[in-house]
Write a protein that binds this ligand. Structure first.
Ligand SMILES: Nc1ncnc2c1ncn2[C@@H]1O[C@H](COP(=O)(O)OP(=O)(O)OP(=O)(O)O)[C@@H](O)[C@H]1O
Length: 278
């Protein structure tokens, strides 16, 4: 659903990205890992349309980004920035409503979806609050919720099954997976401000949406948190893909040493994804 061909980007004499090729399928959770300043956010921002690459092409659902109409693109691609600064006195629910700005639906429909997503991400109690007064973690959850509100169909409802919750289509039931095919969520360090409980809760919500066809690209420094959820990994170094593919193939001591310049210890785990420590 997402293809990057030979992406390069410079800033002055500095090469920020070079020769980046990526293919992402529907339902994939791709995590991007690499040292500070290697170009992870720059890469996400290119896909988000905030930087124009010097060379190469980015195609979403087999259409070049530049060929998309802005409103259509906003319904299938959402970006959560690393820093969510707000200049004006928006209420939490107003931020979420911005996620539905391109939809042709009634206020009741958008409000219903917003309430469901807010409930799922445990931010409903923040309605009525100026987002500038929220804590870092509360604000991070609000902006991830806004991105989900932007991508989800208005008919989504929230259900609870045992300990886990998921968003499911009221009318189509088990046809849920089809509904999010072709939709892309770009996350730049989405759990950096979240506490122990919400880190896992957030990852579980996103995993469930991936099972419904959502594709996710997620930059994170919290390797041990994200790797168990990742269907694929990109190791970025100096703006180039050092390695990319399945976790088992990419997450090796040698690759990580090459990426970060320190030799890690990989402790085997029952799920096959090693715990990485110094
Ligand atoms: N507007 C800019 N002007 C000059 N240099 C920039 C600009 N934006 C980014 N850079 C540089 O590009 C490089 C890549 O930045 P980027 O934010 O993509 O890194 P990152 O891998 O996301 O890092 P981190 O892990 O610290 O968030 C860095 O060296 C950064 O200083």
């Amino acid at each position: 659903m997402l293809n990057l061909y030979n992406i390069a980007l410079n800033h002055g004499e500095n090469t920020l990205l070079e020769g980046v090729n990526i293919q992402l399928d529907a339902g994939s959770f791709c995590t991007i890992i690499g040292e500070n300043g290697c170009g992870k956010s720059t890469l996400l921002r290119c896909i988000a349309g905030l930087h124009a690459p010097l060379t190469g092409a980015i195609m979403l659902n087999e259409r070049t980004l530049g060929d998309w109409q802005v409103k259509s693109l906003a319904k299938v691609r959402a970006f959560v920035n690393q820093h969510n600064q707000v200049q004006f006195a928006f209420l939490t629910e107003e931020i979420l409503q911005l996620g539905r700005i391109n939809q042709t639906e009634t206020l009741a429909q958008s409000t219903a979806l917003i309430c469901q997503v807010a409930e799922q991400l445990s931010i409903a109690h923040l309605f009525g609050r100026d987002v500038r007064t929220l804590s870092g973690g509360e604000r991070q959850r609000v902006f991830i919720a806004k991105a989900l509100v932007q991508l989800l169909p208005a008919t989504s409802i929230e259900t609870t099954e045992g300990a886990s919750t998921h968003v499911q289509n009221k009318r189509h039931g088990d046809g849920a997976k089809k509904r999010l095919d072709g939709k892309l969520l770009l996350l730049d360090e989405p759990t950096s401000a979240l506490d122990f409980r919400f880190q896992k809760a957030m990852m579980d919500v996103i995993k469930t949406l991936c099972q419904q066809g959502l594709s996710v690209m997620c930059v994170s420094h919290d390797i041990n948190l994200v790797l168990p959820y990742a269907s694929e990994v990109i190791l970025l170094a100096n703006g180039r893909c050092l390695a990319q593919g399945r976790v088992a193939d990419v997450i090796t001591a040698t690759n990580l040493q090459q990426c970060f310049g320190v030799m890690p210890k990989l402790i085997p785990q029952p799920d096959g994804v090693p715990y990485i420590t110094h």
